[in-house]
Design a protein. Sequence first.
Length: 61
Amino acid sequence: MGEAEPARRLTMLLEAVLSVGTDLELHTTLQHIVDSAAGLTRAGHGALGVLDPESGPITEL
């Protein structure tokens, strides 16, 4: 990891935090969180399960 890598990842994290509140649509906000997390961790894919508050099972993935 070069010296510029931690600074680049910190910038990505800051951009992710700031972008979370930019959209009022829940699905778009959650997708942005998953995309940011995948990018920061260098993961090929990301997923987030959404539980139904009344019945418990995952309603979205």
